[in-house]
Design a protein around this ligand. Sequence first.
Ligand code: FES
Ligand SMILES: [Fe+2]
Length: 384
Amino acid sequence: MSAPRQLTVDWTIDANIRRAETLPSKVYRDADWFRALGERVLAPSWHYLTESTALVDHGAQVPLTLLPGVLDEPLLLLRDHDELRCLSNVCTHRGKCIVEQPTRSRSLRCGYHGRRFALDGRVLAAPGFDGARGFPTPRDNLAQVAHGQLGPMVFVSLAPEYELDELLAPVVERTAFLPWDALSGATEHVRYEVAANWMLYNDNYLEGFHIPFVHPGLAKALEIGAYRTLLFDRVVLQLGIAKDGETAFELPDEHPDAGQRVAAFYFFLFPATMLNVYPWGVSLNQVAPLSPERTAVRFISFVWNRELVLRGAGASLDTVEQEDEAVVESVALGLRGRIYQRGRYAPQHEQGLHHVHRLLTEMLERPLDDRNPQPSAPRGGLLG
Ligand code: FES
Ligand SMILES: [Fe+2]
């Protein structure tokens, strides 16, 4: 991807939601802003990569590309005895991708000129390099990519500006009573493609304001008047409260929401992951930008209580998704026109949106520095 041309942030998002205006439409529309968001927001952030459940045996490995079309980073997730490692999958010789299919082996061998690496990324053999001066150096090893886990979910960051544990702290605080380690491997993968910018998909997720207008079925399960939004550094939590007779969590006495009938914890993890925690399990939505006008959204379900799967607020995810896509695509058409530039926030309902627009603006304002990932030590897991 070419470096974005110099773009300047010529708008502000007032800290006071009652006065603030929304992000300008050009940020959702222009290819240059799309690239700038990739470099300045997506590259230094944490992203869901995959689940760890397939990587049980020593030497098991899966190649994955992080955010194809935006970051395009070839990664290799593998099991090295007890340790889960995430390495660059790009050979340090001339750049071939080393592993091309999920496989299992005791070392890694590049198929181009035979360079071999240990499972921890160290270069073991480099045919043809006898006599090369100052070789090998640590730069000839495969870079370790920062990663961590929440139950079976593996998250990575190419150049983390903060720890994964810090990002996940609000999730852990509210859901530590749930059996994360007992979550099944992903039971369902569904991929949707939406004709809209990825941030429009996020924006829609970040407010429950539209539920009574757009989701008649979901509105029957939730007590709309009790819906709440809580803001954390890089997390927005929306609490869906169950109507009488609808399925809800049994919260422990010391829980911050004890006494309320929570049907769903909707966590938005800045900038592109949603964790929807229901009494039956977790539905993770990964938002993958494809172009300024196209977005792939992956829904991945992890179950801890199969009996509850078809009940309550998390019962008809596909219907709700279709309803959301229809409005989000309609907004994308609206923003393509010249007349609409910016809107205002509904102060009682759109705090999440306002918070995220401020974060995005703050990250876009920073000058681009050298974001090359530096080799780093593997991180431990959280809750698992
Ligand atoms: S590119 Fe891997 S050995 Fe040459
Ligand atoms: Fe919705």
